[in-house]
Design a protein around this ligand. Structure first.
Ligand SMILES: *[C@@H]1O[C@H](CO)[C@@H](O)[C@H](O)[C@H]1NC(C)=O
Ligand SMILES: *[C@@H]1O[C@H](CO)[C@@H](O)[C@H](O)[C@H]1NC(C)=O
Ligand SMILES: *[C@@H]1O[C@H](CO)[C@@H](O)[C@H](O)[C@H]1NC(C)=O
Length: 906
């Protein structure tokens, strides 16, 4: 077929619609950002309608040309040394811009036109290995800028960059600051000049992770008003902050620094409201230091090596509302001294991870306003009912990770306001007594079920709205009591141990909206017969998340959930016995589903059949799915496809079945499709040449060529007009079109031909390489006389074609005059042009002729369905058992002949 070399050139010259895809960028709407958030960590703002992140940026102009002008958030990752003037002026609506580009300089006017920009970040390798030059008026146009973040690069200490008046947050982190005073040289606006009357105010000055930051030159930030100063992970003594000349400071963070004692002077100097000196070696708090801290509302002393608290600790801080004492070694808590009657206004108290064993009855007696108490990760064995007697306002209680063997009968009755209780990883023995949960208002419960030898009843408060149950495997099934949870909206079940008998889940959980099945054998909730359907029919369920921990041996069809909007299926493929699934085995009829995220499910094939039942789907995200095959039925279905398809950390199989994708992706105007796939395809020889997927398919798949043909069919008009002009092309095309027409015509003529007499019984289509098999095996078996052979009349191209007649004519005539068409298929036959022509004609005849012939396929070697070109519509034939594989083993060959005889008839 001589037209192969000519057509690509012709067809490539046809105008293709500009693609609704971007080569290196990921686009998303803010509302669906959580589904792809790991790619947007630099600019993850869900409130923005439309965001883009671009990777491997080396040519800014080229990359940005593919980004829609309407994006409001833009993250660029790559390597571009300087930002040219007007780099982003075509994005006037940009609100967030994050640049991780190894920039060394911004040219003047680089950020021109970004009057709406609110947040700007420059990121680079940490700890100042690179420097960044900013012209003084770099931010001159950014009249709405609220947040400026420079993380990594070093700025010139005398850069003198002007800051927009609107700025509220300034962060210079992971950089090479040594002295806080250097900021005054970089951003002179921060410091009050002698003439300026109204001082600068910032919500936040963030200097964390400047590992070389040790100094704070006195008076260097004279006049600056700060709400929050963050010095976490620096080497600056927090106490020296008071010398900076700040006019105001409310909140000071100094975690993991060199603080050795409470920076009491700084607290007193600024009348600080919040101080966090966690993860410093403090060990001891003196009475005097405490005396200066009476302005504090919040104090963070987590992991500071405290073994005891000084007497009168709370009394010294009468305004204190939040106290974090987690991760210390407080063996006993002496917050409330004795019956002096002093009460504290504390609302949140964190005592997690302190190794506490016993809490005396009066421990919390002076905390009547406490709302939230964290006691997780201690050694508590028992809790006296009296302990909580004074906590009349307590709403949240965390007791996870405590042995907790003994709980009094009415241990929660004393907590009338309790709404949230967490009891994960305890050894609590659950009493079946409904009074066990005492607290009237409890609506959120997290609970680990103990292993019991016998089935038992799990008695829970009836009015729960949120429930999380952990159940280790090997447990006997629990029954739930009561048997209706009329208000439950959120249910999480973790572990494989729980087997709820809920055939009638909709009656048990009539209002359930969010369900998570984690680390759970999905099979527990799946019918055990052949249908494998998810059993929980929950009419109000909106979101379902299933994380299988790689243990499910068969897929479970999620279907029949009329309100489901979001579905996440993760790690469903069994690690031990991986199995490929099709999308229609995972999801069924879900009419309201808008977002579907699949990850590690073993998905291999996507076809239109699955999407037909997901009429509202807008976003499809595939993570870590291997060797995907996108069936070409999707092409015809594409107008109804989801608007966004992300194929991330996944790869498409290097199979010709995927060859239709590339042109479609480029052409698709309704679906945004992103395939981040760095996988390379090996050549048949295995090593060493590697190719990106689409160029591999282009080179290796004959179909790509003919596929282009298909795509061009919409341009057929153009082609027909051009045809008379293109003499050569005409010479190549006409015979084929003629042949198709004749097939059709002869098929029609054969109408009414019930008793039509055929010239041949079997037309044998095969390629030259398979001729040996045909002559040695097939011919004797079919043409030989009874009983060894069937005595049929075969048509073999090399033997029975009319000499001198055109090949196409010969094939068509012989096929039409044969009762049965037998295609002998092997990898070689699929690659030979004549083999494909015959296959295509046979398929056309089969589909188009009013009285189609019988088409049979004999495979000489296993060939996957995806290798068979989709447009041959062979899939339809294959399903009907009209094919058989020629076995290698001698003893199984009889089976093959039996099949052939049965299909050829008498
Ligand atoms: C970047 O791409 C544009 C357009 O493709 C091109 O004109 C320009 O020369 C490229 N710049 C560099 C530095 O390669
Ligand atoms: C309260 O405790 C303080 C310090 O431990 C002690 O001096 C005082 O006598 C106690 N008062 C009462 C009433 O127990
Ligand atoms: C659910 O079905 C079981 C038996 O099929 C029945 O005993 C139970 O009462 C039903 N629950 C509700 C809430 O109807």
């Amino acid at each position: 077929m001589g037209w192969h070399p000519l057509l690509p050139g012709l067809l490539l010259s046809l105008p293709l619609v500009t693609g609704w895809t971007t080569s290196k960028c990921l686009l998303t709407e803010g509302s669906q950002l959580p589904l792809v958030s790991r790619y947007f960590s630099l600019c993850s703002v869900t409130q923005l309608p439309f965001l883009a992140v671009c990777f491997s940026v080396t040519n800014l102009t080229q990359t940005l040309a593919a980004v829609p002008r309407t994006v409001e958030g833009l993250c660029l990752i790559g390597s571009v040394s300087s930002l040219p003037p007007d780099a982003f002026s075509v994005f006037p609506g940009l609100k967030i811009l994050a640049l991780n580009l190894h920039l060394t300089e911004l040219l003047p006017g680089a950020l021109r036109g970004l009057g709406q920009l609110q947040k700007l970040s420059f990121l680079d390798q940490p700890f100042g290995k690179k420097s960044l030059f900013l012209p003084p008026d770099a931010f001159g146009d950014l009249i709405s800028l609220q947040s400026l973040h420079i993380s990594g690069p070093c700025l010139d200490k005398k850069a003198g960059v002007q800051l927009p008046r609107s700025l509220q947050r300034l962060a210079v982190t992971f950089s090479c600051l040594q002295d806080v005073g250097e900021l005054a040289g970089m951003f002179p606006d921060l410091v009050q000049g002698p003439s300026s009357r109204d001082p600068w105010t910032l919500h936040m000055l963030d200097l964390k992770f400047n590992r070389g930051l040790k100094m704070a030159s006195p008076g260097s930030l004279q006049g600056l008003q700060l709400e929050t100063l963050n010095l976490d992970q620096t080497h600056l003594e927090a106490a020296r902050v008071k010398d900076l000349g700040l006019q105001k400071l409310d909140v000071l963070y100094a975690q993991s620094t060199v603080v050795a004692e409470l920076p009491a002077e700084a607290v007193a100097h600024f009348k600080l409201q919040e101080l966090n000196v966690g993860r410093n070696k403090i060990g001891y708090i003196s009475q005097e230091a405490l005396a200066s801290c009476n302005s504090l509302k919040s104090l963070g002393l987590q992991s500071t090596g405290l073994t005891k608290l000084p007497p009168g600790f709370l009394a010294a801080m009468p305004r204190l509302e939040t106290l974090n004492l987690a991760g210390n070694q407080l063996q006993s808590v002496t917050l409330c001294m004795n019956e002096t009657g002093d009460v504290s206004g504390l609302r949140t108290l964190n005592l997690a991870g302190n190794g506490l064993r016993i809490l005396p009855p009066a421990t919390f007696s002076c905390l009547p306003h406490l709302r939230e108490l964290m006691l997780q990760d201690n050694q508590l064995l028992s809790l006296e009912g009296q302990l909580f007697l004074d906590l009349q306002q307590l709403e949240t209680l965390h007791l996870d990770k405590n042995p907790l063997l003994n709980l009094g009968k009415n241990w929660l009755v004393a907590l009338p306001a309790l709404t949230t209780l967490s009891l994960l990883d305890t050894q609590i023995s659950l009493s079946p007594d409904p009074g066990f949960w005492g607290a009237q208002s409890l609506h959120t419960l997290r609970l680990k079920l103990p292993s019991l030898p016998a089935p038992s009843v799990l008695s829970l408060p009836m009015y729960l709205t949120s429930l999380e149950l952990h159940a280790s495997s090997g447990m006997k099934p629990w029954r739930l009591s009561p048997n209706v949870f009329p208000f439950l909206e959120t249910l999480t079940i973790k572990g494989r141990g729980l087997k709820l008998e809920v055939q009638n889940a909709s009656e048990v959980f009539p209002t359930l909206q969010h369900l998570s099945l984690l680390q759970n054998s999905l099979e527990t909730f799946c019918s055990q017969d052949t249908s494998n359907i998810f059993l929980w029919q929950l009419p109000k369920l909106q979101s379902l998340k299933i994380w299988g921990a790689g243990s499910n041996s068969r897929p479970c069809l999620i279907t029949g959930l009329p309100s489901l909007q979001e579905l996440k299926l993760e790690s469903l493929q069994s690690v031990a016995q991986p199995r490929s699934v099709q999308l229609e085995e995972l999801v069924g009829e879900l009419p309201q589903l808008r977002a579907l995220q699949l990850s590690g499910t073993g998905l291999r094939t996507l076809s239109a059949a699955a999407f037909q039942r997901l009429g509202s789907l807008r976003v499809l995200v595939l993570y870590t799915e291997k060797d995907l095959v996108l069936h070409d039925s999707l092409r015809e279905y594409s107008p109804q496809m989801p608007q966004y398809i992300y194929i991330l950390q996944s790869n498409l199989a290097c199979q010709c079945a995927n060859a239709w994708m590339e042109p479609w992706v480029k052409q698709s105007t309704k679906t945004y499709i992103q395939i981040l796939d760095r996988q390379l395809c090996l050549t048949e020889e295995g090593v060493p040449a590697k190719h990106p997927l689409f160029s591999f398919l282009w080179d290796h798949c004959p179909q790509t060529l003919e596929l282009k043909l298909f795509l061009a069919s919409s341009s057929l008009v153009f082609l027909l007009i051009a045809l008379p002009l293109l003499q050569e092309v005409r010479n190549l095309w006409i015979p084929f079109l003629q042949a198709l027409f004749r097939v059709w015509l002869q098929g029609r003529r054969g109408q009414g031909g019930e008793g039509k007499r055929f010239l041949f019984d079997v037309f044998v289509s095969h390629c030259r390489q398979d001729q040996g098999w045909v002559i040695e095996e097939l011919l004797p078996a079919l043409e030989g006389f009874l009983p060894a052979g069937l005595g049929l009349r075969l048509c073999l191209p090399d033997r029975d074609f009319e000499p001198g007649k055109d090949v196409v004519d010969n094939v068509v005539d012989s096929m039409v005059n044969s009762r049965v068409i037998l295609c002998v298929l092997s990898g070689q036959a699929l690659c030979s042009p004549r083999g494909r022509l015959e296959l295509r004609l046979a398929t056309s005849l089969f589909l188009a002729a009013p009285f189609p012939p019988v088409v049979l396929l004999a495979f000489l070697e296993p060939i996957s369905r995806h290798q068979l070109p989709g447009y041959h519509r062979l899939a339809r034939l294959l399903r009907r058992g009209d094919y058989c594989l020629w076995p290698q083993e001698e003893e199984r060959k009889d089976g093959f002949w039996a099949w052939l005889r049965s299909r050829l008839g008498p």
